[in-house]
Every structure is written in structure tokens, then in C-alpha cells.
Design a protein around this ligand. Structure first.
Ligand code: C5P
Length: 235
């Protein structure tokens, strides 16, 4: 029931790609024992489905129809501490992480119709005992009444370096200058689009992680949640 869902606490972690929000969201979700919404994965799924079905990335009506047909599921990997994403029953987790998919995701994400079609799906993740929501507009548009809003940022150079390392660890090769250019182009599209641009909510707590380790960012986020009465237990 919508009335019940609105009482479920939400922590939003917004910011550009490579700011560390994915890692921080997962760590907070584990500490709190809450649900996780990786909203970027939803935009990537729309993009992947469009690429696979040769749907024009500018055809808003066709993309909205595609969202309506999409069969999406997120599962915890049985052995690794990872979330597996299923599209029509197929594990597409690796396909979602490619730069092609990321670039296509930021194009489809600029379309208001696509964003509106994904809104209810995203709000449906708000279930007890709580939700950590990772994205670009979690605190501004999807969960404006969130209990705690964090906006994580870092320089484009630092974010490209992190992405480069991440890709290398996954055995995917990429050139650093190309990644910097790609990240800057994606930032530009995300920050300057008319529909839900990437901006911190007025009441967001802003953190620049450029010179911080993940542990330091986590520590700050945990202490912030503590001040809002959200952290319990010994950890
Ligand atoms: O976070 P991630 O890199 O997976 O997101 C992929 C793309 O999806 C982003 O570049 C952005 O354009 C879009 N996105 C968005 N709103 C969100 C999450 C992601 O527009 N809440």
C-alpha cells in the first residue's frame, strides 16, 4: 500500500559514475540489512534491450513500450557478494557494464517518457525494513522524502582512473584517455538534460571522494546515518 511504503526509510546516494556510490550503496545496504535499488542498472537494461532489438535510441515511444515489456529481476549471487541482473531470465550482468551500454543508457535516460515509465518500478523497491537507492535523481525526483540524502562526487580524472582499474580487474581492456572523454561526455549529458538532471538535492549531504578511500567515505556516511538514528548494533 502506498501509505505504508512512504513510512519505510530511504537513504539516497546520488552522484556521477565512478564517484564510489555503487560500492558505498552496497556496503550501507549490507550494514543496515536493507534492500538496494541500483537505478542505473534499470537504464542500462533499457539500453541493452534496445541495442539487442535494434530499437532506435531516439525513438521515445518504442523505448517506453520496451520498458513495459521488460522482464527484470535482481538476485544475490549464490557465492559471490554480487547482485546478478536478469533480463528475460538471462544473466546480463556483464553485458550491462560495457561502455557501449553505459553510453546508450545515458542517451535513453535523457528521455522523459523513459524516466516516467521507470518511476513506479523504482518506487516499488521501497519495502521494509528500508531501502538504499543508488542513482542520479534518487533524492530529487524518485524519493524526495528520503530520510538521508548523500551526493557523492569526485574529479573526472579520478573517476576515469577508478573505472579503468575496475575494468582491468574484470579482464576488460580500455584506454584511460578514452575513458576520461567518455565520462566527461556522459556527465555533460546527465547534468544538462531537461528531465531530472544530475544535481544534488537541496537537502543532500555533499561528499567529495577524490582524495578519500572507500573506507573513509563509508565512515562518513555511517556517522551521518548515525546522527539520523539509522545505525544500530555493534558494527
Ligand atoms: O549509474 P550507472 O552508470 O549505471 O548509470 C548509467 C546511466 O543511467 C547514467 O549515465 C545516467 O545517464 C543514467 N541514470 C539516470 N538516472 C539514474 C541512474 C542512472 O539517468 N537514477
Amino acid at each position: 500500500m502506498a501509505g505504508d511504503a512512504s513510512t519505510v526509510p530511504v537513504v539516497t546516494i546520488d552522484g556521477p559514475s565512478g564517484s564510489g556510490k555503487g560500492t558505498i550503496s552496497r556496503l550501507l545496504m549490507e550494514r543496515l540489512g536493507w534492500h538496494l535499488l541500483d537505478s542505473g542498472a534499470l537504464y542500462r537494461l533499457v539500453a541493452l534491450d534496445a541495442l539487442r532489438t535494434a530499437t532506435d535510441l531516439d525513438d521515445e515511444a518504442a523505448l517506453v513500450a520496451l520498458v513495459g515489456r521488460m522482464d527484470v529481476d535482481f538476485r544475490l549471487h549464490p557465492r559471490r557478494a554480487e547482485v546478478v541482473t536478469l533480463l528475460d531470465g538471462e544473466d546480463v550482468s556483464m553485458d550491462l557494464r560495457t561502455e557501449d551500454c553505459a553510453a546508450a543508457a545515458s542517451r535513453v535516460a535523457a528521455l522523459q517518457g523513459v524516466r516516467a515509465a521507470l518511476l513506479d518500478m523504482q518506487r516499488g523497491f521501497r519495502r521494509p525494513p528500508g531501502l538504499v537507492a543508488d542513482g542520479r535523481d534518487m533524492g530529487t525526483t524518485v524519493f524526495p522524502d528520503a530520510t538521508v540524502k548523500i551526493f557523492l562526487d569526485a574529479s573526472a580524472q579520478e573517476r576515469a582512473q577508478r573505472r579503468h582499474k575496475q575494468l582491468r580487474e574484470k579482464g576488460i581492456s580500455a584506454s584511460l584517455p578514452a575513458l576520461v572523454a567518455e565520462i566527461e561526455a556522459r556527465d555533460d549529458r546527465d547534468r544538462n538534460r531537461a528531465a531530472s538532471p544530475l544535481v544534488p538535492a537541496a537537502d543532500a549531504y555533499r561528499l567529495d571522494s577524490t582524495r578519500m578511500s572507500i573506507d573513509e567515505v563509508l565512515e562518513q556516511a555511517v556517522s551521518l546515518l548515525g546522527t539520523k538514528g539509522l545505525m544500530h548494533g555493534p558494527k
